[in-house]
Structures are given as structure tokens and as C-alpha cells.
Ligand binder design. Structure first.
Ligand SMILES: N[C@H](CCC[C@H](N)C(=O)O)C(=O)O
Length: 295
């Protein structure tokens, strides 16, 4: 199996071109390649496939083999992959995902290879019926007049009360705010992250973003991803966090999210009700993975 290891803001996946060949036992392969000691080392596996509705189809798997429906950093790398490898010569492409078709604007550098990608991530999902059933308390009635819903509810994690704002970008995110005086780098994400991920309030598990508001245009973020643990960045998480923070009245419609692996610029165009994400996409290396013989 020929593969390309790519990363976007440090969120790294193994990419396989499946436009001509089919890959079997994909979940098992995802677990094996993702292992940072016995495998290639990644946050998961992404297959690039043909689509009859869009230019390409993206299929993503977390490091534990579970399938995700959307991946923001991944879709930028898919854009770079198909352009750099000559699968398209268009600078604007559409990519079908399990949560709809996204449009990507590819920006090549002077070497003709894609450097950054801007993605129309679609509308954030705020309706309660589309998020976990038992998180149904709403706050800030003023905001509710202008947008569909803001969902926030205190939940108790590890004996402490937190308030989460839930936004879906085609996959579920719980956004938690931390005080400015918390040392985000020293924050015990490995301990607290799995408790959010597996909290009974989220029967399908959840991606959790821990946000510190620096000012109205800058947010710091660490993320614990469902199925992959801590990652250096999460594109859908950055979009969900921007939307949540706008709804909570704490930042502008455009802000830069500072993540462990780099920055993502996110805009919520409220007129269109569309979220745009812009950020880097890089190739790390290519190689061949020896698939286990099937018995
Ligand atoms: N890292 C990805 C999101 C993966 C989400 C996945 N962990 C899930 O199960 O929803 C991103 O850049 O958007």
C-alpha cells in the first residue's frame, strides 16, 4: 500500500490514493499505521476516493479505527494531495465527505505545489435535535434571537463543574473555556480529555476543545479528539470553537486559533451562515506499507 504522510497544523494522517484501488480492512489498517511506535505514526488514516457527486471523496478514520465524518485539517491535505499529484489541475475543487460536499480553494506557491487551502466548511449545526439528547439547556436569550440556538450546560467532570457549548461541524464538538490564568501547556489534558470524550452526556463520544480567549481576534486552543486523543490541531474543532466563542460574545466573526501545531484562520460569515477555514497543508514523506497477507 503506497501512502503519503501529510500534516495540517501538526494534525497528521496517512493518506492513501484509493481512486484506482480498493483498500480492505480499513479500520484495522488505520489502527496499525497510526501507531507511533510500531506503525507509521499518525492521528489516523484518510482515503482519497472517486465521487459521483464531487471531484473527490474523503473517507477518514481515527487512530482507534473508528470512522469520523469530517476532518478539517485532513480535507486541506486532500486538496494538496490531488493537486500536487496531478489528479486535478483545478485550483477550486469539491470534496464529498460523510457530512456533505465541501468546496476548497487551493493556493499553490511559486514551486507549483499547494501551500495553503481555504475551505468552505458549511453551516455550523446548533439545533438541539442534532446534538446529544441530554444537553438541552440554552443560555443567553439575546443571542438566541439572532441565531438558531446556543447550547450550553454545566456538566460535572472529575468532580468539577464545567460549562460546555456544543457545536457540530458535521462532527460533534464540546467547547470548554479556561481562565486566562490557567497554564494551557501544563493543563492535564490527558487526564481530563478522556473523561469528556466518554462522558454519558455524549453517547457517540465527543471531540473536546479547551479554549482560552486572548482577545477578540485570538484564541488559544488544545484539543482532545474522539478516537485519537490529543492532536496538535483540529480543523473542525477550530471552526466549532470560533462559532461557540462568537455566540458567547467573546470574539469577532474572524479570529485566529492558535493550536499546538500552528495557526488556523476561521471566519463565520453570518449572512451566508458559512464557516471558512484557512490554513497550511504539508507533505512529510511517502512510503510503502506492507499489508499483512490475508489468510
Ligand atoms: N482532526 C479533525 C477532526 C477529526 C474528528 C474525529 N476525531 C471525530 O471522530 O469526529 C479535523 O481537523 O477536523
Amino acid at each position: 500500500m503506497k501512502f503519503t504522510k501529510m500534516q495540517g497544523a501538526g494534525n497528521d494522517y496517512v493518506y492513501v490514493d484509493c481512486t484506482q484501488n480498493e483498500l480492505k480492512n480499513v479500520s484495522e489498517v488505520a489502527v496499525a499505521v497510526s501507531d507511533r511506535h510500531f506503525g507509521i505514526g499518525s492521528d489516523g488514516l484518510i482515503l482519497i476516493k472517486k465521487s459521483d457527486k464531487a471531484d473527490f471523496f474523503m473517507e477518514m478514520y481515527n487512530a482507534d479505527g473508528s470512522q469520523g465524518s469530517m476532518c478539517g485539517n485532513g480535507i486541506r491535505c486532500v486538496g494538496k494531495y490531488v493537486y500536487d499529484n496531478g489528479l486535478t489541475d483545478k485550483a477550486e475543487i469539491t470534496v464529498e465527505t460523510l457530512s456533505g460536499i465541501k468546496t476548497l480553494q487551493l493556493y499553490p506557491g511559486s514551486d507549483g505545489k499547494v501551500k495553503t487551502v481555504r475551505v468552505n466548511m458549511g453551516a455550523p449545526i446548533l439545533q438541539p435535535e442534532q446534538i446529544p439528547a441530554d444537553i438541552h439547556a440554552f443560555k443567553n436569550a439575546e443571542i438566541l434571537k439572532n441565531v438558531d440556538r446556543l447550547v450550553a450546560q454545566p456538566i460535572s467532570v472529575d468532580g468539577k463543574d464545567y460549562e460546555v457549548t456544543c457545536v457540530s461541524m458535521g462532527n460533534p464538538h464540546a467547547i470548554v473555556y479556561l481562565d486566562k490564568n490557567v497554564d494551557l501547556k501544563a493543563f492535564e489534558l490527558e487526564k481530563i480529555g478522556p473523561m469528556f470524550e466518554n462522558h454519558p452526556a455524549f453517547p457517540d463520544r465527543v471531540n473536546t476543545e479547551f479554549i482560552q480567549v486572548c482577545d477578540s481576534e485570538n484564541l488559544n486552543m488544545r484539543v482532545w479528539e474522539r478516537g485519537s486523543g490529543e492532536t496538535f490541531a483540529c480543523g473542525t474543532g477550530a471552526c466549532a470553537s470560533l462559532v461557540a466563542t462568537v455566540l458567547n460574545g467573546l470574539c469577532n466573526d474572524t479570529a485566529t486559533l492558535h493550536l499546538l501545531g500552528g495557526d488556523l484562520k476561521i471566519t463565520w460569515d453570518k449572512k451566508e451562515n458559512t464557516v471558512y477555514m484557512e490554513g497550511p497543508a504539508e507533505t512529510v514523506f511517502t512510503g510503502e506499507w506492507l499489508l499483512k497477507e490475508e489468510n
